[in-house]
Design a protein around this ligand. Structure first.
Ligand SMILES: Cc1cc2nc3c(=O)[nH]c(=O)nc-3n(C[C@H](O)[C@H](O)[C@H](O)COP(=O)(O)O)c2cc1C
Length: 198
C-alpha cells in the first residue's frame, strides 16, 4: 500500500456538527460548529473555535457563555442551515423551527430537540490565526430523559446522533464495541464498564 502526501490540512474526521447556542432567552443565536472537542476530564472542559467575523463570536465574547447541543439525523437540515445563515441577519430559532429550552445554570437557551446539551462558561480565549478558541468549563449537562436507562446510563445511539466528515453529514451506524471490550474478561467477571472516562 502506498500513501499519497498531501498538504497539511484540517482533515481530522469524523467530528460532531454541533449546534452552539449563545445569548439569552430573549436575544439568542445558533451557530453550527465542527471545530470542537473535549480537552479535560476534571474539571470537564471543552472548546469551540470560532472565526472572529461570526456574529456568534461577538455574543460569546460579551457573555462568556455558550451551550453545545448535539445534533441528530432528524436535525441535519437545521444544522446545515444554522451554518450558512448569520444571526446578524436572521433569527435562527425562527428560521430553523428549532425550539428554545431553559438551561439549568447559564442564561443561554438550549435546543429542545437536541438529545444532549453541554452548558459552558469560557475560561480563556486563544487567538490561533483564522479562528479564536474559546476554552470553557462544562458547568452542567442536560440530557433528554428518553436516553437515560434504568441504571442511569446514557444511551445516545437511540437518538440518532450524527457526525460530520470532510464536508458531509453522516448518520452513525451500528455499535462495534464499548470502552475496554478488547481486554474485558468473560461476562460473569466483568463488572459494569459503562461511562468510562479517558
Ligand atoms: C458543518 C459546519 C461546520 C462549521 N463549523 C464551524 C466552526 O467550527 N467554526 C466557525 O467559526 N464556523 C463554522 N461554520 C460556519 C458557521 O456556522 C457559519 O459561518 C454561520 O453562518 C455563522 O453564524 P453567525 O454569524 O450567526 O455566528 C460551520 C458551518 C457548517 C455548515
Amino acid at each position: 500500500m502506498s500513501k499519497i502526501k498531501l498538504n497539511p490540512g484540517t482533515l481530522l474526521a469524523p467530528l460532531p456538527a454541533a449546534l452552539v447556542t449563545c445569548g439569552d432567552m430573549d436575544n439568542s443565536n445558533i451557530i453550527t460548529i465542527a471545530w470542537t472537542g473535549i480537552i479535560n476530564t476534571k474539571p470537564p472542559m471543552t472548546y469551540i473555535s470560532v472565526r472572529p467575523t461570526r456574529h456568534s463570536h461577538k455574543m460569546i465574547s460579551e457573555t462568556g457563555e455558550f451551550a453545545i447541543n448535539l445534533t441528530t439525523s432528524a436535525m441535519v437540515r437545521e444544522t446545515d442551515l444554522c451554518g450558512v445563515k448569520s444571526g446578524a441577519q436572521h433569527d435562527k430559532f425562527r428560521l430553523s423551527g428549532l425550539h428554545k429550552a431553559e438551561a439549568s445554570v447559564i442564561k443561554v437557551p438550549l435546543i429542545e430537540e437536541s438529545p444532549l446539551s453541554l452548558e459552558c462558561r469560557v475560561v480563556e480565549v486563544k487567538h490561533l490565526g483564522s479562528h479564536d478558541m474559546f476554552i470553557a468549563e462544562i458547568v452542567c449537562t442536560d440530557v433528554d430523559e428518553r436516553y437515560i436507562d434504568s441504571k442511569g446510563k446514557i444511551n445516545l445511539q437511540q437518538s440518532g446522533v450524527m457526525a460530520y466528515s470532510h464536508g458531509e453529514y453522516f448518520a452513525l451506524g451500528r455499535k462495534l464495541g464499548s470502552f475496554g471490550y478488547s481486554v474485558a474478561k468473560k461476562k460473569k467477571n466483568n463488572k459494569n464498564r459503562s461511562n468510562k472516562s479517558t
